[in-house]
Design a protein around this ligand. Structure first.
Ligand SMILES: [Zn+2]
Length: 384
């Protein structure tokens, strides 16, 4: 009985689950892993994760699980202020990935959904012009790429809903997106093994509310030791999630590798419960002489130098692994018409030291040097 185990308040005393542990239990007979709990004929869908950190893994769902995913996702997207009768253009491929389940939530909300898919910018821009959607859903990288290459300020899009990678909630980066689109930007976030768009930001733009409340329980841990941290205002740490109703492949205290900051102060929108902002993936984190540095946080500091910079950066760690010696090499791309100004490099390095407490070697590179992405940006590059 759950009561005998102590309930949710005592979860912190129990072991964590990692992605590697799940992978280790995969066998030819059981391609999902030991956490598979439903009979084969009960499963209505099997998604795959994109396998950015290894072989793809399979995410099975029962009909009830899928319905819960869509409900949570619908709540998260509804928080953005989008409403019944509006048109939304999406740039996710339904395909094999869990993002496909988020698309089901648009029907649930009574939106007119215009799927355009990934990697077809011309088709997307045409659809926006012809069908005049009020909203667009895409990754923050792609939103930035489009704003850089097209004039969207006069387009019909009033709301840009970003998801799929961290960054959409960083104030300076978000301001650039909002300026480029002439639209309000809110973000959403999920994680394949637990659920799609679990979290969604409201119009207050002060962190993402847990749309999957009641389906998923959230905790915070100290990433190095795994020790539980109180979910209180301003707390920071790795997000750990537990399924409350999932049946096909339920997970208990799953380490998401997402590093978040928690807000618990009352939100003017009226939604209760904590909200979060994702600072970065624990996997992307570098430790520069004892200081944790997330590449997305570097981009945020650099973005504040717009319009002199394009907002594209690339961190180039000098040593393999997480631990780095200063100065940390950072390439910063200049804006389209900016000329090379060495005092700018020094000013950026000063600001990085001031805000992130990291000594960086800033190299300014001409506009167009750093690779753009139509999906997720790579902010770190290591020598092969
Ligand atoms: Zn709110």
């Amino acid at each position: 009985m759950p009561e005998e185990a102590g309930g949710l308040a005592d979860l912190g005393a129990l072991p964590l689950t990692t992605k590697d542990e799940l992978r280790a239990t995969v066998t030819p007979e059981n391609p999902v892993g030991a956490h598979l709990c439903a009979a084969r004929e009960e499963i209505v869908r099997i998604y795959s994760t994109s396998g950015t950190t290894g072989a793809p893994s399979y995410i099975p769902l029962t009909a009830g699980d899928l319905d819960n995913w869509v409900t949570g996702s619908a709540r998260s997207y509804a928080a953005s202020g989008i409403r019944r009768g509006q048109h939304i253009v999406s740039t996710y491929n339904a395909g094999p990935f869990v993002a496909g389940a988020a698309l089901g939530s648009f029907d649930r909300l009574g939106l007119t959904h215009i799927p355009v898919g990934t990697g077809n910018t011309e088709r997307l821009v045409k659809a926006i012009g012809a069908l005049r959607p009020e909203a667009a859903v895409l990754t923050p990288s792609y939103a930035a790429y489009l704003a850089e290459n097209f004039d969207l300020r006069e387009s019909s899009v009033e709301r840009v809903l970003v998801a799929g990678e961290p960054g959409g909630g960083e104030p300076a980066f978000r301001a650039t997106l909002e300026e480029g689109w002439g639209a309000k930007v809110t973000e959403a976030m999920g994680i394949g093994d637990i659920g799609v768009s679990l979290w969604g930001e409201c119009e207050e733009q002060d962190g993402m509310h847990l749309g999957a409340r009641g389906f998923v329980h959230a905790e915070l841990i100290e990433p190095e030791t795994g020790a539980a941290r109180e979910l209180q205002d301003g707390a920071e740490g790795e997000l750990v999630l537990t399924h409350l109703r999932h049946r096909a492949a339920p997970l208990f205290r799953f380490r998401t590798r997402d590093h978040v900051v928690v807000r618990t102060s009352p939100c003017p929108c009226g939604r209760t419960g904590p909200r979060i902002r994702c600072v970065g993936r624990t996997d992307d984190m570098l430790i520069v002489r004892g200081v944790n540095v997330f590449p997305a946080a570097v981009r945020e500091v650099v973005s504040a130098f717009a319009p002199a910079v394009s907002g594209n950066i690339l961190v180039k760690p000098g040593a393999p692994g997480v631990k780095q010696e200063p100065p940390l090499p950072v390439a910063v791309e200049l804006a389209r018409d900016a000329s090379l100004d060495q005092s700018l490099a020094a000013a950026i390095a000063d600001r990085l030291r001031e805000i992130l407490v990291v000594r960086a070697r800033v190299e300014l590179v001409p506009w167009g040097t750093l690779r753009r992405s139509e999906y997720k940006s790579q902010l770190v590059e290591r020598d092969a």
